[in-house]
Design a protein around this ligand. Structure first.
Ligand SMILES: *[C@@H]1O[C@H](CO)[C@@H](O)[C@H](O)[C@H]1NC(C)=O
Length: 661
């Protein structure tokens, strides 16, 4: 009945199309994004776009047109967006600022109606919260340079307004001076023409001219505030030329934000020829001083790794040596010594593969951990090879989500195979698969929903539109869940891993410890954290302070090191526990490396308190903590899984390589 209703059917079709569009978008994104070189001919119109207003103080994005800015004559249109952009609260729209390629000009835009009390309040608040306008031209964000104590610093975007240091007045930025760097090109068109027998030398001048054009290789903005006489300005029409504007330096000549005040907006643009080539136009945005810091972080991790690798090596040496040199051949003294060394773990042979507590949860968490780890590794490899440049806003996040959805098949497989190994039967695999499909996404959705209610309350564009929420839900249930179930089914077909030793009927008593073993497990997490924390600082700054993160090559190395450290830490800890006859190693192996997430979460709280001091208001703080919690959970599942799987392999190896007499 519901389907026969045409409106409902239409909605279904709309949804299907939306999901399809999202996919088409993603596929597009895997071409080098931002690499569609656009060539403009002289005087060709170029339209700028605006993204949401952002502030590093509040982290709540707002729509550009929530402020009384000039609207484009053809109306406001949203730019095509991808899932990641939507999730990040981006809202890209066309703007009224437009240029003609290689034509320097100064133009009048519009004059607002007299500002109302509401406008004034909003403008003042956005100014005081240090909101900034983010403009985009040909996919490049507007860059602003300024000198502070003689040091050149760069930002992207420009502020909404200024606050005077000594009075209560605020001033709106209403004049923008754009500098567009262009590269004149006589390029690829010629190559095609010149592939004939005549060789490239024979191209006529006319042909050369035809192929020439301009590429945009830089976009800078110099904002200022100018008091105009609104009555003379109002007589002008939009995009009418006006004489050059001199930016004043005295506050009296600034445009104040006050009730009944009419604000005129103007802009000027100059095109400057540049030697920057199109492929390297992003370099200016990515200039970073800290390569040495990243190397230091890697060196740091390497030291941890070698230290742990040494311990692992010694452990293996012992077991292997015992296998090779016959026990009887050793002299009495070494025999006794070795006996003592080996006695611990040898004694738990009948218990080491005993089913752990909450074995189902362990299987589910390992399944999800494999999924997250796979997603992270593939995304970072893609990013490291430049497939996701900062030019493609939101691409990284979109790619991650799509990957996550499809890796469900592996998650289901791993979880069910482990379940079979532990239980000896594949009974109950359906419920394991369902839990795998719902455990981590469920946590994320729960947190996102709570955050969204908070954001809706504050009218930020950062809130996910309800429609997007349903798209995410349908992606989850239409792709991830079926694939996880399929993976689980394949898991039931796969052979269960055979334990090398038999488990006794009666569990062995675990001798009392001097200190609780959980302390050791928590302490172990500091080692992987040591390899991670420097890189973490850069990642957090890129997320929360809007800095560009581009050192994905470094991140890839750090990730590999992290995997090694997690594996080593868990193996060493498992061995230590087995040696003191504690055979409950399953969860300890998981949390030995998984506990790194606790430190990550504490670190992000520390970052909130000390580096994001400016973050104002409880909404922003809750938002931040919510996202940090998601991140920490993902890290726990991922690192825990790595540690657990490696420990499982190790225990299996340990007990199968040594014949217990
Ligand atoms: C525009 O202005 C810039 C900087 O003043 C100058 O270098 C450039 O030649 C001008 N372009 C045109 C087409 O006049």
């Amino acid at each position: 009945m519901a389907i026969s209703n045409p409106r409902v059917t239409l909605t279904y079709i709309k949804w299907a199309l939306l999901v399809l569009a999202l996919f088409a978008h993603t596929c597009n994104g895997f071409y080098l994004p931002g690499s569609y070189m656009h060539t403009y001919s002289k005087a060709q119109e170029i339209i700028t776009k605006v993204n949401s207003l952002t502030s590093i103080e509040t982290e709540l994005p707002f729509s550009y047109y929530s402020l009384p800015y000039c609207k484009p004559p053809e109306g406001i249109k949203k730019s095509a967006e991808n899932l990641g952009e939507l999730l990040m609260g981006d809202e890209i729209e066309n703007s009224a600022y437009r240029f003609k390629m290689n034509v320097n000009e100064t133009l009048y835009l519009c004059t607002t109606h007299p500002l109302t009390e509401h406008d004034v309040k909003l403008l003042k608040q956005r100014t005081r919260d240090l909101y900034q306008v983010n403009m985009i031209l040909d996919n490049l964000p507007a860059m602003r340079y300024a000198y502070q104590n003689g040091v050149k610093i760069q930002w992207t975007g420009f502020p909404v307004g200024y606050t005077s240091p000594n009075s209560k007045d605020d001033y709106i930025i209403n004049h923008l001076k754009f500098r567009v760097l262009i590269h004149e090109y006589e390029g690829s068109g010629v190559q095609i023409i010149g592939t004939g027998e005549e060789g490239p030398g024979v191209i006529s001048e006319a042909e050369k001219k035809k192929a020439s054009g301009f590429e945009i290789v830089g976009f800078e903005v110099y904002p200022c505030s100018v008091k105009y006489d609104p009555d003379t300005m109002k007589k002008k029409s939009m995009y009418q030329s006006i004489p050059a504007v001199n930016c004043p330096s005295e506050l009296e000549k600034f445009q104040i934000i006050r009730e009944q005040e009419k604000v005129s907006f103007t802009y000027e643009v100059e095109f400057v020829k540049s030697d920057i080539r199109w492929p390297s136009r992003w370099d200016a945005y990515l200039k970073m001083e800290g390569a040495r810091v990243h190397w230091f972080s890697i060196l740091n991790s390497l030291m941890v790794i070698f230290f742990l690798a040494g311990i692992v090596f010694v452990i293996f040496l012992r077991t292997v040596r015992r296998d090779l040199t016959r026990y009887e051949e050793l002299d009495k003294e070494s025999q006794a010594q070795m006996n003592e060394e080996l006695s611990g773990w040898k004694l738990v042979v009948g218990d080491v593969f005993r089913e752990p507590d909450s074995s189902k949860l362990l299987c589910v968490m390992v399944g999800d951990g494999v999924q997250i780890t796979g997603m992270a590794v593939v995304t970072i490899i893609f990013a490291a090879f430049g497939f996701m440049s900062p030019a493609s806003r939101g691409m990284l996040l979109t790619g991650m989500i799509i990957l996550y959805l499809f890796l469900g098949i592996i998650a289901g497989y791993v979880a069910v195979r482990m379940w079979r190994t532990i239980k000896g039967t594949s009974e109950g695999w359906r419920s394991v698969s369902w839990f795998v499909a719902c455990f981590f996404p469920g946590i994320v959705f729960l947190i996102l929903t709570v955050l969204n209610f908070i954001l809706w309350g504050s009218n930020s564009t950062g809130a996910l539109p309800i429609s997007l929420f349903f798209v995410l839900l349908s992606l989850w249930f239409c792709i991830s869940v079926p694939l996880t179930l399929l993976g689980g089914f394949l898991g039931t077909r796969a052979e269960a891993i055979q334990y090398p030793v038999r488990t006794n009927q009666i569990p062995r008593e675990i001798p009392a410890r001097k200190y609780p073993s959980w302390l050791l497990v928590l302490g172990a997490g500091t080692l992987p954290f040591g390899t991670l924390f420097i890189e973490l600082f850069f990642i957090l700054s890129s997320i929360w302070l809007g800095r560009f993160y581009y050192v994905f090559g470094f991140l890839l190395i750090v990730l590999l090191l992290l995997v090694i450290v997690c594996a080593e830490v868990s193996v060493v800890l498992t061995y230590m526990h087995l040696c003191v006859e504690d055979w409950r190693w399953w969860w300890k192996a998981f949390f030995a490396s998984g506990s790194v997430s606790l430190y990550v979460f504490l670190y992000s709280i520390n970052y909130l308190v000390f580096d994001l001091q400016s973050l104002s208001g409880p909404v922003s703080a809750i938002l931040y903590l919510g996202y940090s919690l998601i991140m920490a959970t993902a890290i726990m599942l991922s690192t825990g899984t790595i540690g657990f799987l490696m420990s499982f392999y190790f225990v299996h190896y340990l007990f199968s390589s040594v014949k217990i007499d």
